[in-house]
Write a protein that binds this ligand. Sequence first.
Ligand code: PLP
Length: 459
Amino acid sequence: MSVFGDVPLAPPVAVFKLSADFREDGHPQKVNLGVGAYRTDDCQPWVLPVVKKVERLIVEDAGLNHEYLPILGLPEFRSASSKVALGDGSAAIKDGRVGGVQALGGTGALRIGAEFLRRWYNGVNNTATPVYVSAPTWENHNSVFADAGFKDIRPYHYWDAAKRGLDLAGLLDDLEKAPEHSVFVLHACAHNPTGTDPTREEWKQISEIMKRRSLFVFFDSAYQGFASGDLDKDAWAIRYFVSEGFELFIAQSFSKNFGLYNERVGYLTVVARDSENLSRTLSQMEKIVRTTWSNPPSQGARIVSKTLNCPELFAEWKSNVKTMADRVLLMRDQLKAKLQALGTPGTWDHITQQIGMFSFTGLNRECDHAHTHTHTHTHKELALPVCQWQPLKKMFLNNSSLLLKIRLFCYLVPPLFTKRSYIINMFELINVVLCACVDTNVRTGRRSESLMSRMIRSS
Ligand SMILES: Cc1ncc(COP(=O)(O)O)c(C=O)c1O
């Protein structure tokens, strides 16, 4: 009898399972629409040119070694990270009331912040303090706070499915009704998975209620630069809240905007009332880090700090970030234009109205079907990382296999007719028949596109 005999099998983590399935899928035209990672036109990961350059500098720097870093992290990385979030001229930084902890990615920053709040926020032992996360949100938010010991994790209204936009009234109402001192996790920009952020006016309304009701602001900033291509614009909400006098946390991730996914480089910025509160807070965070990872890894932090602290490299990084953000915007335009050109029913404006890495399509069915028959690996909610649209587009529009196109079509279209199940069944039937056929290449892409349009119209 094993000592592990009673261990239940945990379900796989969905996004990593999708990537594993993708790797195992031998189909030459497979597409991974699960993982939130940037891809080039050729569906390849992109090592930012500035990162390559800095990596060479690091290799050649004879002054560097592999000694342990301080528990709270590389000092020049720490100051530069806070500055990129709060801005060059931040009054809070000048006042000496901003500090933080180098962390293992944005996830590590969230976890250290959550652990600290549970232990010390507003008195000790906060297991019963409500923590609010947006509905929907990045799936790990709930687990990070639950594993840190919070027992009362609640959704706040965010996404209005009918209007495919922000449910501002619901969100403000939840803020008004939340118990005082509740913790609110707010996506700083490029909300994952809806791609929908509050406007500046809406942020002001959110801030006004949060201040009046003494609610704690925990920003998750995983996509600074990805929303607009401009680091300062994307940090507007954070800087506004700081200017309004909030004490707050910001979990920053450099995974996406530096493309340093596997280096696990993140930072928890702490903005406190004054330097004395900051010192005590950081002293407790040091204790948490000591028993968690003891001290952080250096490579990612060196890359980020060398880049942020050198004006030329910083300028180059900003231009690399803009390249990624612009490509995402282009993919949005092209996706919408093609759906419209095909006469696909429904409105597709939300694709270009949303921003950042993800597009919340609202489609939610047939994913398993899509997975099996089109080699397209997606989340159940079909929140698509838009930068990866290109390969899907190529497959959908340029590939000469009529069969493949109709399979894709059958996967993309039926969810639009949710109340008309007979249509869904009809498409299913077509698909099953086609899947039973031998792949026949029909060299006229146009013909199959117009066939799809006709099929949509005739339904
Ligand atoms: C909203 C949000 N927060 C945090 C993270 C975690 O980032 P990291 O990979 O740096 O841990 C992600 C990653 O996808 C995210 O989307």
